[in-house]
Ligand binder design. Structure first.
Ligand code: C5P
Length: 432
């Protein structure tokens, strides 16, 4: 019973998928949840409030002005652990995005002091309409968890994306949210900007997470070495992997500092970010934090060399003719400095290799004195660099390897963070 002592508000909208809600409710209760239903008037046309009342054991409010109801629309979600809206219609999603509160369900959602999970279900053209997609993006940005609909036959006779996920899948998703051991693969919770609701989510969900109590520092993105005022030497790195790791570590309860090279990615909610440009800036920022962290993950594509001399005026063809020579000098290796520091945090490096990855990764782990190294095969065009997907292999100090098959970077990041936290605890236990 993984949802024991959890108070869950189940908001039901008037989509045909509402007929699945008695089953959804039954499965939530089977896991021990205390489920309180709130529904829209349209939903009450599809599924009987009496059925839901009997199954949940609680009154089912519909009308805010129903004098006979004992339920206060503001109080409903105040002490809940989670509110789930399933099915969520295009209409209710639009209201949620605008902050409208014109019925019991939307009032409860607006006043709820808990994580909100929304499972859209509707005709596929309604789902794919720019308005609905923008509304869903707005909700995601605010920290709402979206369970995307499945592709398939719809009640309207058409086929396409818009089918509400099966009750068992929704319940599995909610259990994963509470356990924070990684969300099911269809979710991408990368958020464009900090927002209060996810911090509420974090407070409610994080205390039991496997990264709680750990301080993690992550370097991400490329660095830029100036040549002159307008030109730089840089690396092909989007920063997506490092940012996804920062988010996954934060979602697992860790205190996360992200030292980011020049990328335009949004900061994951609850993560403290330090922006840097050059490898030297990144080195200094890492060094300054080193005494206050338990784990350092070097995900940045750091420039190995910088200009021996940075020109203060723009270089011109007129001045330099057909060829010119730039002298480069070596930058300090940041993760190697961390690996050789004392006291030393648990140190994880990355290796982007095009050939003999296995051999080079193991050598780097030794040379830089790392605890783990994550190998990216950058010769593959379908993963890595600017791709949203990745596939990696992790090596430990004993030379043991663990493979993480191709998946979205957010999924790889979740699995990697579970692996790293576990390895860190195992290393600490072995020392004790
Ligand atoms: O030696 P190589 O650059 O391939 O090693 C990659 C690993 O080392 C990554 O973890 C990267 O973040 C880190 N690195 C570093 N400082 C450098 C160069 C690489 O921290 N100057």
């Amino acid at each position: 019973m993984q949802l024991e002592h959890k108070k869950i508000i189940l908001g039901i909208c008037g989509g045909i998928a509402a007929y699945k809600c008695p089953e959804l409710l039954r499965l939530l209760k089977k896991q021990g949840a205390d489920v309180h239903v709130v529904m829209t008037e349209a939903a009450a046309q599809i599924v009987s409030p009496t059925t839901l009342q009997t199954l949940s054991g609680h009154e089912v409010p519909i009308d805010v002005f129903d004098g006979s109801s004992h339920i206060d629309h503001i109080a409903l979600g105040a002490d809940a652990d989670l509110m789930l809206i399933a099915p969520a219609t295009a209409n209710t999603i639009a209201k949620l995005a605008c902050g409208l509160a014109d019925n019991m369900l939307t009032c409860a959602a607006l006043a709820a002091n808990c994580p909100l999970v929304v499972a859209p279900a509707m005709n596929s053209r309604m789902y794919q309409h720019a308005a609905t997609q923008e509304n869903i993006a707005t909700l995601k940005r605010r920290g709402v968890f979206i369970i995307p609909p499945a592709d398939g036959d719809l009640a309207c006779g058409e086929s396409g994306p818009g089918r509400m996920r099966e009750p068992a899948e929704i319940v599995a998703y909610i259990m994963a949210l509470f356990s924070r051991e990684g969300l099911p693969h269809f979710e991408n919770t990368m958020l464009p900007k900090p927002s209060e609701p996810l911090e509420i989510t974090a407070q409610k969900l994080l205390p039991k997470a496997n990264g709680a109590g750990l301080r993690v520092l992550i370097t991400a993105g490329p660095t830029e070495e100036p040549i002159d005022p307008v030109r730089v030497i840089t690396n092909r790195s989007s920063g997506k992997m490092g940012f996804a790791l920062a988010q996954a570590a934060r979602e697992r309860g860790a205190a996360v500092t992200l030292i980011a090279g020049p990328v335009t990615l949004p900061t994951p909610v609850g993560v403290s970010r330090i922006n840097v440009k050059t490898a030297q800036d990144m080195y200094d920022a890492v060094k300054a934090k080193l005494d206050d962290v338990d784990i350092v993950i070097g995900c940045a594509a750091v420039s190995d060399y910088r200009l021996a001399y940075v020109y203060d005026k723009k270089l011109t063809k007129e001045e330099h003719g057909d060829s010119m020579t730039l002298t480069l000098i070596k930058n300090e290796d940041i993760i190697s400095m961390v690996g050789h520091s004392s006291p030393r945090p648990f140190t994880v490096g990355f290796a982007a290799e095009t050939n003999e990855g296995d051999k080079h990764a193991r050598e780097k782990l030794q040379r830089k004195n790392l605890d783990l190294i994550v190998l990216n095969d950058v010769s593959r065009s379908d993963v890595g660099f600017n791709s949203d997907d990745n596939a990696v292999t992790v090596y430990d100090r004993d030379g043991q390897a663990a493979a993480f098959d191709k998946a979205p970077k957010s999924v790889i990041a979740s699995e990697l963070m579970n692996f790293i936290f576990e390895a860190k605890r195992a290393a600490a236990a072995a020392k004790a």
